[in-house]
Design a protein around this ligand. Structure first.
Ligand code: 6PG
Length: 249
């Protein structure tokens, strides 16, 4: 099993095969159980191909949509119909394009009075779904957590030098100042709750991520380097981002 220090790195030829590989892993993770499953989605552009795939065949008819719950690892504190909204992108790409119980989609309440208020509401929702206020490493909250990598090494909305990086108790936090565009307030899950998963899967695509990916995998203290998983930790990287030749091929 891949660990924090020795994550599994999978290099695929291009963005399309990254989306297909991610979709297969998601289906495998969800298919392993019979009961309720939970997937934590990432925002940004990296997952767009994957999300579109999930609404098309064979995934559209293979996924057990009635028993899968969908959460957000972070969101921009904007209305859901704002082009910057992560849940808005996920809904347009697949969530609103397949039949599933409305209660299976768990957006961050960006209509709340502040990012902090939205964070407290989401933390309560996660705890209600989990059925406890404390995470048990032996009982992960999520089956799969999708993560992206920002050019500054951030992930979710955990930016370099932010105090949220060191948070050990709170599950969700409001972030007033984003460290990278879009410079709008955010709401983000914290590392302990992102780690409560059977698999954490980073999606890294494109030449513009090559340099920061090397920095993260070389152990530089960037937010994405601090991400860890109580289950598997997998970096799914396309060839354009895998600029260095020291990746396992
Ligand atoms: C967000 C994401 C963020 C994203 C990275 C990579 O809200 O923006 O959650 O963490 O994953 O910034 O973004 P791209 O995939 O667009 O490069």
């Amino acid at each position: 099993m891949a660990s924090r220090r020795h994550p599994e790195i999978i290099v695929v030829p291009d963005a399309q095969s990254l989306a297909e590989t991610a979709a297969k892993r998601l289906l495998a993770r969800i298919g392993q159980g019979r009961g309720r499953a939970a997937v934590c989605l990432t925002g940004g552009s990296s997952p767009a191909g994957l999300y579109r795939l999930l609404a098309s065949e064979p995934y559209r008819s293979s996924l057990p949509w009635d028993r899968v719950h969908w959460f957000m690892g972070d969101d921009r504190f904007v209305p859901a119909d704002d082009p910057l909204s992560n849940i808005g992108m996920a809904r347009r790409s697949f969530l609103d394009r397949v039949e599933m119980p409305a209660g299976n989609i768990h957006p961050i309440a960006t209509s709340a009075g502040s990012p902090e208020a939205a964070a407290r509401l989401y933390e309560a929702e996660l705890k209600r779904f989990y059925g406890a206020d404390r995470l048990d490493p032996a009982r992960p909250l999520f089956d799969l957590v999708l993560m992206g990598l920002g050019a500054d090494g951030h992930t979710a909305s955990l930016f370099p030098h932010a105090s949220a990086l060191d948070e050990k108790e709170r599950w969700v936090m409001g972030i007033e100042n984003a460290g990278l565009e879009p410079f709008v307030p955010r709401v983000t899950l914290t590392f302990p709750v992102l780690a409560s998963t059977r698999e954490m899967l980073f999606l890294v695509s494109g030449q513009n991520k090559g340099e920061v990916l090397v920095r993260v995998l070389s152990g530089e203290d960037l937010p994405a380097s601090r991400a860890h998983s109580n289950g598997d930790l997998v970096w799914l990287v396309d060839r354009a981002a895998a600029v260095e030749d020291h990746y396992a091929t």
